[in-house]
Structure formats: structure tokens, C-alpha cells
Design a protein around this ligand. Structure first.
Ligand code: SF4
Length: 359
């Protein structure tokens, strides 16, 4: 199998799910690192990595989905439930801009009191105040699905409406593990994997930029991880590069109903490498500083080419994530791994970017 996979990777041939399962179960980690480096070099210079400075703005913690891996949400009527005011949101955006960042991601919950008009007004107000000086993920795919269903409109129509209000990006958040069985076990209110993929396709068709995401380290099987990666690869083929990037982070178990242990860093690197090799049609494989801290930068050797330097994300922090707010330390760590960090702009054309290869 080693020679067979080695030949495929060096010849730029696609690997199948059986071969990817072998990489998970049997491949030597150093060998995987080499193969991931070869796959990475199809798109990127080997000693270069790009990054964003960003924060997640958790605009509400009220949610009715009750995922068992979530420590963040509060049910409606909880005294701890909140919705941030405009002033609070702008304050958070101003702060990240002062630090040199130009990007925020909005992430909340399925709040029954927030309809599509609430989001449209927010995005219009942001564009009025900041113009294009700051970019943002307006919602996750999962949140868009909730908002669209509530408004009784299609995902396409919801995405197009939000786009008109100034929203250019909807992150692939809320994907976790995209199998119907996983979602039935842990997040039955958060829609099936089939429904999620349909929503993401309609978002792309509506001309809104989007990304692929994944979370590992729950109780998912290797086969479930591969089903997720296969769904992402198929969508990327079908939409000719509709996903700008693929980011995987690791589950944080603190204060959750599901509980459990954190994923070992080697397992995270292994998954990054398999993702880079398997997702041969995704240019940007992103590594998660938010959940892996300094180990995320080692992940640049396992196929990742891009990372966020996060300033805040209540969702993962409530479950045990610890954010290093010394942004310079993250940059230094990147350099110490042998990569030149390059600050990147967020507002770019993902279709053009998809076709641009280094070699
Ligand atoms: S993960 Fe998201 S959708 Fe699930 S309960 Fe938490 S906030 Fe709600």
C-alpha cells in the first residue's frame, strides 16, 4: 500500500476512501507529513503560510438546538441568555481593527427572536459604518438554515437577501461531522447532513462566498470522517471550487453534556494531513490555533497553509479553549516552525483563487 499511495500522490492522482482509511489507521506520521507536504506544494510555496487576525462575535447565546457537545447555548427565557446590542458589536469590531485585524465572524445560536430582518439590518448598519474596511462571516450555514426555515424561504433566497444587505460570506460552521447518523446522535435539531449540503450548494449558487469546516474528536468513526471529507470533495467538484477553504478544529469537552477527552495533537495532525491529501480540489487547508494553540502551527508541516490568529470565541472558550492574546507570540511560533507568515486580505474572489496554482 505504501508504494501504491506514494505513486498516486507523486503523480497527483486522487486517492479513494479505502486508501484514505489506510492513511488514518496505518500510515507512519512522518510519512504522512511528507505526503501532505507534496500535496500542499501543488498550491503553495513550501516555506510560506498566510494568516488572518480575527475574532468571533457571539451576538447571541440563545439557542433551541440543544447539541450535546455545546457548552455555550442558553435556552430562551434563561436569565443568562443575551443578544448583543449594536454598540457592543461595534465595540468588538473596533477593538479587532485597532489590533490590526480586518475580520470578524458572527456566530450565535438558533434564537427564535431573531428573524432574517434582524440580520439584514445588522449587516446594512455594518456596511454603513465601516464600508469595506472590515470583512465578516455573516452567519454559519447552520444559522442560515434556521433563519431560512423560520422565514419559510429557500436557502438560496435567504442567502441572496443577506447578500443584498451587504453580507459577502457565510462560513461552513455548524458542520461538525457531516453524516446523518452523527447528527442524529448529537444534534438532531441541527438538520441532517444531506440538508446541510443542499443549503451550502444553494448559498454558492446565490453568489455568496463560503467555506468548508469540520470538527473532530467526539465519538465519530474513521468512516464518518471520510464520509464528511467525501461530501466536501464532491461539493467542491460540483461547484468548481465553490468552497474557498477547509478548516477543521477539535472538540473541546469542558462543561458539555457529551463530555469526553480532548483529541491528541498527533491525531489532529494526522487528520490535517489526510484532509490535505484527500481534498485535492481545495486550495486552502486551514489549521486551528483556536483549539490547538501552538500545535496548530506544527500543523503547517501536515498540509495546512493558512490560520487565524483568534482574539475571542465564546463558544470554544466556554468548552475549554484558551486563547493566547499575544498575537506576536503566534507569529513567532509560525516563524520558529520555518514558515514565513503573510497577512492576507479576506475579500477576494474564491473562484479565481481556486484555479491559481503555484506549480
Ligand atoms: S452548537 Fe450551535 S446550534 Fe448547537 S446548541 Fe450550540 S449554539 Fe446551538
Amino acid at each position: 500500500m505504501i508504494e501504491h499511495i506514494d505513486r498516486k500522490i507523486r503523480n497527483n492522482e486522487r486517492i479513494n476512501t479505502e486508501e484514505a482509511a489506510w492513511l488514518y489507521r496505518c500510515a507512519d506520521l512522518n510519512q504522512l507529513r511528507t505526503w501532505a507536504g507534496i500535496a500542499r506544494s501543488r498550491y503553495h510555496k513550501s516555506n510560506r503560510a498566510t494568516y488572518l487576525i480575527m475574532r468571533i462575535v457571539n451576538y447571541t447565546n440563545v439557542c433551541v438546538a440543544r447539541c450535546d457537545y455545546c457548552a455555550f447555548y442558553r435556552l430562551p427565557n434563561s436569565p443568562e441568555g443575551y443578544v448583543l446590542s449594536r454598540e457592543q458589536i461595534f465595540e468588538k469590531m473596533d477593538e479587532i481593527m485597532t489590533l490590526g485585524g480586518d475580520f470578524v465572524g458572527f456566530n450565535g445560536g438558533f434564537n427564535p427572536k431573531l428573524g432574517i430582518n434582524w440580520y439584514c439590518e445588522l449587516f446594512r448598519d455594518i456596511r454603513k459604518k465601516y464600508g469595506e474596511r472590515i470583512e465578516f462571516y455573516g452567519l454559519t450555514v447552520a444559522e442560515l438554515m434556521y433563519v431560512a426555515k423560520k422565514a419559510k424561504i429557500s436557502y438560496y433566497e435567504a442567502a441572496a437577501t443577506l447578500k443584498k444587505a451587504g453580507n459577502h460570506w457565510i462560513t461552513g460552521g455548524g458542520a461538525e461531522v457531516l453524516t446523518n447518523a452523527f447528527r442524529k446522535r448529537h444534534s438532531p435539531q441541527k438538520y441532517t447532513a444531506d440538508d446541510f449540503m443542499d443549503a451550502q450548494k444553494q448559498i454558492i449558487e446565490a453568489g455568496v462566498q463560503t467555506t468548508g469546516t469540520m470538527v473532530i474528536g467526539f465519538d465519530e468513526s474513521i468512516e464518518e470522517r471520510l464520509e464528511h471529507l467525501s461530501r466536501v470533495r464532491a461539493l467542491q467538484d460540483e461547484t468548481h471550487g465553490g468552497l474557498f477553504s477547509f478548516l477543521c478544529w477539535s472538540y473541546k469537552p469542558d462543561h458539555t453534556v457529551l463530555g469526553g477527552e480532548e483529541l491528541a495533537r498527533e491525531d489532529y495532525w494526522r487528520h490535517l494531513a489526510v484532509s490535505r491529501i484527500f481534498l485535492d480540489n481545495v486550495k486552502h487547508i486551514r489549521t486551528s490555533v483556536l483549539t490547538q494553540n501552538e500545535h496548530a502551527l506544527t500543523g503547517l508541516h501536515y498540509g495546512a497553509d493558512d490560520f487565524d490568529i483568534p482574539f475571542e470565541d465564546e463558544v470554544t472558550q466556554m468548552a475549554g479553549a484558551v486563547i493566547n492574546r499575544d498575537l506576536g507570540a503566534v507569529i513567532r511560533q509560525c516563524r520558529s516552525e520555518g514558515f514565513e507568515p503573510v497577512f492576507r486580505k479576506t475579500a477576494r474572489d474564491s473562484q479565481a483563487d481556486f484555479h491559481q496554482r503555484v506549480v
